[in-house]
Structures are given as structure tokens and as C-alpha cells.
Ligand binder design. Sequence first.
Ligand SMILES: N[C@@H](CCC(=O)N[C@@H](CS)C(=O)NCC(=O)O)C(=O)O
Length: 206
Amino acid sequence: MLRIWGRLSSVNVQKVVWCADELGLAYERIDAGGAFGVNDTPEYLAMNPNGLVPVIDDDGFVLYESNAIVRYFAAKHAAGRLWPEALNARADADRWMEWQSTGYTPAMVTAFVQLCRTPAEKRDAAAIEASRVKGETFSAVLDAHLAGREFVAGKAFSVADISVGCAAHRWLGLPIARTPRPNLERWYAAMKARPASKLVLSQPVK
Ligand SMILES: N[C@@H](CCC(=O)N[C@@H](CS)C(=O)NCC(=O)O)C(=O)O
């Protein structure tokens, strides 16, 4: 039995849920984190001492860190497909997952927290703008990369599309002014058209 802990509004939980749906896995998802709590209980902290979501329990194998979980699912259920086996192709997909988790998502996190989780009267306009500008810089890199490309890494859908796709979903859903990015927007529309992304990419950014 596969269990996934985490609220669907979390970008990191979204990656794991989209990947599980892409692979057609049967799972139970338990809301945790944010207003749901759960992630501060001793039982939860025994699974993830960081107290963050997501966490999975796959027949007794407990794992946290969203990108590691996505790669675990892909390696277990779609070897050579969602996570390429050829070394260079695998490194390319891994590179974009790192880019998402260490660059793109952190760039926009202040804008997200300020605009979606902070009461209007307590918002810091300068911090929002600085974060928006950083998000634009990363979005420009992704847009240029996607010119003439159907997928983020290689010639087929991969784990990189899932991780970067969830970050792009947040970026495109933020209530901010954005520079049009035709390649990014075309690729995102294609990601959104995938049946397995329906649950995740229809989540409001909040
Ligand atoms: N590097 C971790 C980051 C996990 C993380 O920061 N999760 C956030 C939600 S996106 C969280 O648990 N926040 C506390 C909460 O939701 O209560 C991963 O990719 O899984």
C-alpha cells in the first residue's frame, strides 16, 4: 500500500501526486501540513524529522524530499521512461529538477508567501517586487530553453517536466504582472492537457 502525506496546495506534494497519477499508481493521500497539521505529531516526525510535506510510505519504505520521491517512483515503475537510463539524458533531467528546487521555486517563494499567505495590510511590496524580478529571470531561462523543444529534458516527457511543471504552475498562477513567455506557456499548456496532471495543475495557487 502506498501512502502519500501532504496537502495538495504544496508545490512539493503536487510533484509526487502528479508523478503517481502519471504512473497510474494506487495510493492513499493524507492531508498534512499547513492548516491540516499532522506534520508536527511524533508519528509524523518519526517519518520526517524536518516536519515537512511530502512523505511517502511505500509498503514500509519511508521517504521524504519530493524530487527523490518522484525519481523513486519513476525508477520503480517506469525504468528508462520517466527517468532516462542513459547517463547524459538522466543528468539532464536531474539538472532541471535541481534547477527547480534550488532556483526557480525559491526565486518566487517570497512573492508567493506575501501574496497568498500574508494579509494585505502586512505585505512588503518591495520584497514582492524583488521576488517577482527573480522569478522573471528564471522564467526567461526556461522560456529560452523551451524554444523548439517539446519537453524540458530530452525528447520525451520525464520527471523534469513534473518538477518544473509544478513550479511553472505556481509562477503562472501568482497574481502578479508577468512578461509573456510563449515557449514556456505553450509547454505548460501541453503539460496541463495531460490527463495525469489534471488534479495537480487544476489546483488554485494559494
Ligand atoms: N525539499 C523539500 C521541501 C519540503 C517543503 O518545504 N514542504 C513545505 C510545503 S511546500 C512544508 O512542508 N511546509 C510546512 C507545512 O506545510 O506545514 C521537498 O522537496 O520535499
